[in-house]
Design a protein around this ligand. Structure first.
Ligand code: NAD
Length: 495
């Protein structure tokens, strides 16, 4: 434990707490409800005090979005005009990266360098969605008979509820909101009650960029109150949700009553398969990054390692050596690579998963316990490597959402594919080999929305992302990211 790389508190002066209100019809609105305090997971200080929205707040936000959609102030603009606004938002985000990143770090506990990357990356999502706004187009049919003509239109689906989680609040908002706006939709956004601030801060930029009032509304609060209304309401046409599989299922049930469209980005338990002919140094680097990025609180955590048994000892030794060098501690230090765990309850859940694995017969090679960082709170979990794992153990099947890597072994390609697909999730998978035939055979057989080959977690706004099986439905990013928010209408004409 002593040889882990720990970064003590920087002692940086923290900003005064933010007061977050709802943003409805272009105005800041107080809630009749209570407030929700968010303490920095790393520092234990108050970062924000936010409205604890009521059902009435959610209904007011939906009414504002409905009115803005129906009068066409956004939905009937040209793609060119919508793109101009989205591009201005991208510029404004870029001009404010440091302010957004600081608050993102304080609310989530993630390292400041990664928060900066997240915010700058989100600006690029807005820029890409602006380009897509000019590509909305349908189809025509002119071979239906001499006097017949049909035109297939793509229209904005309407009012969209956007519900986001706490782990990448600003990035995940960027995977949804600008694409919905590019399509011409109006939106009600509910960020996680734990990390609402950057979503609230964005509202100022939307107004500065010239987005008409009512097109984007933000209502703060809990899932069971505000989220439930955004999911059930008859005036909402679509829900796009990122979060846990359990809540995704609940949302699908609730939304089913009004048969609104539901798009879901849910959990994962993502394997990385290492063949003996792989570049083991690169694979070990990627496995280490894929496990500890965002302290493992990442739907794309690539921490279910499936390694060929001939190289298992060598590979685990490499990963353990790299894990010891991961710098964890104060998220405000630019050198920190792994920050705090989001809540004490979640830190306890991570530890319970590790201890349950040990009780089932697995062994801890590294870490396996919480750790207090000098000058900071206790919400840190050591980079952890667990061996002796068998496919039936809970730790091999359930999302841990912490900096914990598990090792399974295989002998043949077929066995590696079977282990990969023996999962309720299907978000992403990785394969490491210098043999293109091995890689392609694996990639084609893997049940996963994304398969990375000799890399991990490279993402691009252009490349579609989403999950199979219980990792979700629908897709984000790329042109599918726009299509999700478009409805199809056929005009059939006798002419
Ligand atoms: P969560 O499901 O607990 O909460 C997500 C959001 O849903 C929050 O805003 C919450 O307030 C809201 N919510 C809760 N109950 C609700 C209800 N009944 N109706 C409507 N809304 C409700 O998830 P979390 O803990 O914030 O995030 C972690 C989870 O998100 C992990 O499972 C992770 O894998 C997943 N995730 C997936 C992706 C992806 O792209 N596939 C990305 C990031 C996170």
């Amino acid at each position: 434990m002593q040889d882990l790389t720990i970064i003590a508190a920087t002692g940086t002066a923290l900003p005064a707490p933010r007061q977050n209100r709802h943003y409805i019809a272009g105005a800041w609105v107080d809630s009749a409800g209570d407030t929700i305090d968010r303490l920095s997971p790393a520092h234990g200080v108050l970062v924000s005090r936010s409205a604890d929205g009521t059902a009435a707040d959610a209904e007011a936000a939906i009414a504002a979005a409905r009115a803005a959609f129906d009068d066409g102030r956004w939905s009937r603009l040209s793609g060119r005009a919508r793109a101009a606004v989205l591009l201005r938002v991208a510029d404004l985000i870029e001009a404010n990266v440091d302010d957004f990143a600081l608050i993102e770090t304080l609310e989530t506990g993630k390292p400041i360098s990664q928060a900066r990357g997240e915010v700058a990356g989100a600006a690029d999502l807005w820029r890409y969605a602006a380009a897509l706004a000019r590509t909305v187009q349908g189809d025509s049919h002119n071979a239906l008979g001499e006097d017949m003509l049909a035109v297939v239109l793509k229209e904005p689906i309407g009012v969209v509820s956007i519900i986001t989680p706490w782990n990448f609040p600003f990035w995940i908002l960027g995977q949804k909101l600008p694409f919905a706006l590019a399509a011409g939709c109006t939106c009600v956004v509910k960020p996680s009650e734990m990390t609402p601030s950057t979503t609230v801060m964005l509202c100022d930029l939307l107004a500065q960029a010239g987005l008409p009032a009512g097109v984007v509304n933000v209502v703060l609060g809990y899932g069971q109150t505000v989220g439930a209304v955004l999911t059930a309401h008859s005036q909402v046409d679509m829900v796009t949700f990122t979060g846990s599989t359990a809540v995704g299922k609940q949302i699908t049930r609730t939304a089913g009553d009004t048969l609104k469209k539901v798009a879901l980005e849910l959990g994962g338990k993502n394997p990385q398969v290492i063949f003996p002919d792989a570049d083991l140094a690169s694979a070990a680097d990627a496995v280490t990054f894929g496990t500890y990025f965002n302290a493992g609180q990442c739907c794309n955590a690539g921490s279910r390692i499936i390694v060929h048994e001939d190289i298992a000892d060598d590979f685990v030794a490499r990963v353990v050596a790299l894990s010891r060098r991961v710098a964890f501690g104060d998220p405000l230090d630019p050198a920190t690579q792994v920050g705090a765990i989001v809540t004490p309850e979640h830190a306890a859940k991570i530890d319970a998963a590790v201890q349950a694995a040990v009780a089932e017969g697995a062994s801890v090679v590294l870490g396996g316990a919480a750790l207090a960082v000098p000058g900071l709170g206790p919400q840190f979990y050591q980079p952890s490597v667990i061996r002796g794992v068998t496919p039936g153990m809970a730790i091999a099947r359930d999302e841990v959402f912490g900096p914990v890597l598990t090792v399974l072994t295989f002998r043949t390609l077929d066995e590696a594919i079977a282990l990969t697909n023996d999962a309720t999730y299907g978000l992403s998978a990785g394969v490491w080999s210098e043999n293109i035939h091995t890689c392609l055979a694996f990639a084609r057989a893997a049940q996963a929305g994304t398969v990375w080959t000799n890399t991990w977690m490279d993402g691009f706004p252009e490349v579609t992302f989403g999950g199979m099986k219980q990792s979700g439905q629908g897709r984000e990013l790329g042109r599918y990211g726009l299509e999700e928010f478009l409805e199809v209408k056929s005009l059939v004409m006798r002419v």
